[in-house]
Every structure is written in structure tokens, then in C-alpha cells.
Write a protein that binds this ligand. Structure first.
Ligand code: G4F
Length: 320
């Protein structure tokens, strides 16, 4: 697409750098931290980006109860710091609006903002009722992005992303935990998989499709927010059934529920109405649920076969 991509990397000797290099050798890295305003200003000054995508967050919902303040700082106030870095570096103020060729900003908003849903499916105008410190922090970032657009005329947009998954998903999230678990049991490395609420339902799509939508949002003539999801919802139980069938197993022989994975407040059911993205961006997901889960299970079987069964152990037992 002709992009030169820079990634913001935080911390000293960050162990993810090696992994990132293996995956994406041509991404350039620059140091910075969402907790440090000066580092973000320096990064924007150095890179002089055309587009900024804020995909950074404490994104594991259970962790947001354990570290609620840090979640507010990173997932919520981090958005303010990125927007301020863009505003300051671009010389934008209440009396000086952006010119042509301004930096365009994308904020990864989340369907977790809907929480206890007021209507189904959820659209751009469905009210928010977040159910976790994570959802509350995301709602702050969402409204702030709208506010900078309205206050300063900045090209700042939010994609309200429903759950997006791939073989690269961390194994603390339920899709990957299940596909890895099914693959481990199939290959004889484990006998049991322990899960929380099997009745929760999510609109699960393929991350690659969602990244395409992000890029399309920044390529529009004028800025607007969009719901990005498939419009199809499945329960955790259906997810488990699909993954175990993909390796020829019956999940009822292996899956047990464990109270350690039940959340203090749950989001029961999410389902997107992506009609605005379809009508205005021409965006549609290309990969459906069954294909996505099969892709993830296949990748995990292959990974385990080559790693001797040790993949994903760093997160697999995380409870809230
Ligand atoms: O995979 P999850 O942890 O994803 P969750 O909470 O929906 O959030 C993800 O999607 C959001 C987009 O809507 C993102 F903003 C967010 O950053 C993250 O990427 O859990 C999905 C559902 C929940 O209802 C949970 O209670 O699965 C249920 N679940 C049941 N057993 C479990 C488990 N979730 C996890 N992580 N682990 C379990 O053992």
C-alpha cells in the first residue's frame, strides 16, 4: 500500500521486540509510552506521520478490575496524550484549525463500551453502559476523540471494534484459549480445559478484516465513527463446540467450568450492526466464524507440533 510503518515501543529491553521483528521485519520502531506525554510529542515530531493508529491499551478485560487505575491511565488518558501530541506538533489550537495534509488519527474503540446493551444489534448511536473499568476507559477515549474532532476540527475517528481474532491472539482471550486448549488435548499434552461463563455471546470476526476497515476509515473525505463487526453472534459454548469438532473431539468430555474465570460483572451478549461501514466505506468481512476458528485451531496444532506442546503457557491459567 506504500506505507512506511512505525511502531511505538515502550519499556527497557522489551521482550516483544524480538517477536515483532520476526513477524514484521520492516516495521521501524520508536520509543515512547502512553503514560509519558513528552515521549509521544517527541515520537510525532521525529516520525512526522500522515496517520496515527492508537491500538495500544490494557486490553484484557479481567485485568482492568485488578489494575483499574492503570487501565484508566493507559486505556483512557493515553488517548488524550496521543491526541495532545498530534495537536501540539501540528500547531492546532482553538484559534488555529488544522490545514490540508493534517495528521489523521484513528482510535480503537470497543464494543465493551455497550456493556449491558440497550438494544440489539448495536449501532453507532446505541447508548453505552460499560461493565468493566476497561469499558469505562474505552468510553472516555471514544468521547474524547469525538471531542477533539468537534473542538479543533481534527481528523479524528473511532472504530467501534467488536471482538477480532486471529492465530496471533493472546492465549488469555477466550477464542485462543479454546483453540489452543483443543489442540493441546488433541495432541495429548492436556486432558482438560477450564473456562468461565459459557453462556456469554460475542460477535467474533477476523482481525485482518478489521484492520482493513481502520485504514478505510482514515481514507475517507470526512471523519466519522463506525461500528465494525460481522452482525453474527455465537456463545462461548458454540465457540468451544466448533473448535473441538475441528479436531474431531467432543468438548463435553474435556471442558469444565471454573469460578475463577467468572467476571465480577459480565457483558452477556454483543452483536454489531455494521450497516454504516458497509454503506459508506464499502467494508464487509471476508472471513466468517467457522473459517476463523478452523484457521486458529489449525495454526495451534501446527505450532504445538513444532514447539513440543509449550505454546501459550504464559497466559493460559490467567483468571480475573
Ligand atoms: O475473549 P474475552 O476475554 O474478550 P472480551 O472480554 O469480550 O474483550 C475482548 O474484545 C473486546 C471487543 O469487544 C476488546 F475491546 C477487548 O480488548 C478484548 O479484546 O472474553 C469473551 C467472553 C467473555 O464474556 C468472558 O466472560 O468469553 C467469556 N469467557 C468464558 N470463559 C472467558 C473465559 N474469557 C476468557 N478470557 N477466559 C475464559 O476462560
Amino acid at each position: 500500500m506504500g506505507y512506511e510503518v512505525w511502531g511505538l515501543i515502550r519499556g527497557q529491553a522489551n521482550p516483544r521486540v524480538r517477536h515483532l521483528r520476526q513477524l514484521l521485519g520492516d516495521v521501524r520502531l520508536i520509543r515512547g509510552d502512553l503514560l509519558d506525554q513528552g515521549s509521544l510529542i517527541a515520537a510525532v515530531e521525529r516520525v512526522q506521520p500522515d496517520e496515527v493508529y492508537n491500538l495500544a491499551a490494557i486490553s484484557y478485560v479481567p485485568m482492568s478490575w485488578q489494575q483499574a487505575e492503570l487501565t484508566g491511565e493507559v486505556t483512557g488518558l493515553g488517548v488524550l496524550r496521543v491526541l495532545e501530541a498530534i495537536r501540539v506538533c501540528s500547531g492546532i489550537s482553538s484559534s488555529r484549525t488544522p490545514g490540508r495534509g493534517q495528521i489523521r488519527f484513528y482510535q480503537a474503540s470497543s464494543s465493551e463500551m455497550y456493556g449491558q446493551v440497550r438494544e440489539s444489534p448495536q449501532t453507532e448511536s446505541t447508548p453505552f453502559h460499560p461493565r468493566s473499568p476497561y469499558g469505562v476507559a474505552k468510553a472516555y477515549g471514544h468521547f474524547l476523540t469525538q471531542n477533539y474532532r468537534e473542538s479543533y476540527g481534527m481528523f479524528a475517528v473511532s472504530g467501534i471494534m467488536f471482538n477480532h481474532e486471529s492465530p496471533r491472539r493472546g492465549s488469555e482471550f477466550v477464542t485462543r484459549k479454546v483453540t489452543l486448549g483443543a489442540a493441546k488435548i488433541k495432541l495429548g499434552y492436556e486432558r482438560q480445559l477450564r473456562l468461565g461463563n459459557m453462556h456469554a455471546s460475542r460477535d467474533w470476526g477476523f482481525a485482518g478484516d478489521y484492520v482493513r476497515a481502520m485504514q478505510m476509515m482514515l481514507a475517507q473525505d470526512s471523519p466519522a465513527d463506525y461500528v465494525i463487526g460481522t452482525g453474527v453472534t455465537h456463545s462461548v459454548e458454540q465457540l468451544v463446540d466448533t473448535a473441538f469438532r475441528a479436531v474431531g473431539l467432543n468438548w463435553r468430555d474435556h471442558v469444565v467450568t471454573d469460578a475463577a474465570f467468572i467476571r465480577p460483572a459480565e457483558v452477556d451478549r454483543l452483536c454489531a450492526d455494521p450497516s454504516k461501514a458497509k454503506d459508506e466505506l464499502g467494508w464487509e468481512p471476508k472471513i466468517g466464524f467457522e473459517e476463523l476458528i478452523a484457521m486458529m485451531v489449525d495454526a495451534d496444532v501446527e505450532l504445538l507440533a513444532s514447539s513440543g506442546g509449550s505454546a501459550g503457557e504464559e497466559f493460559g491459567t490467567d483468571s480475573w
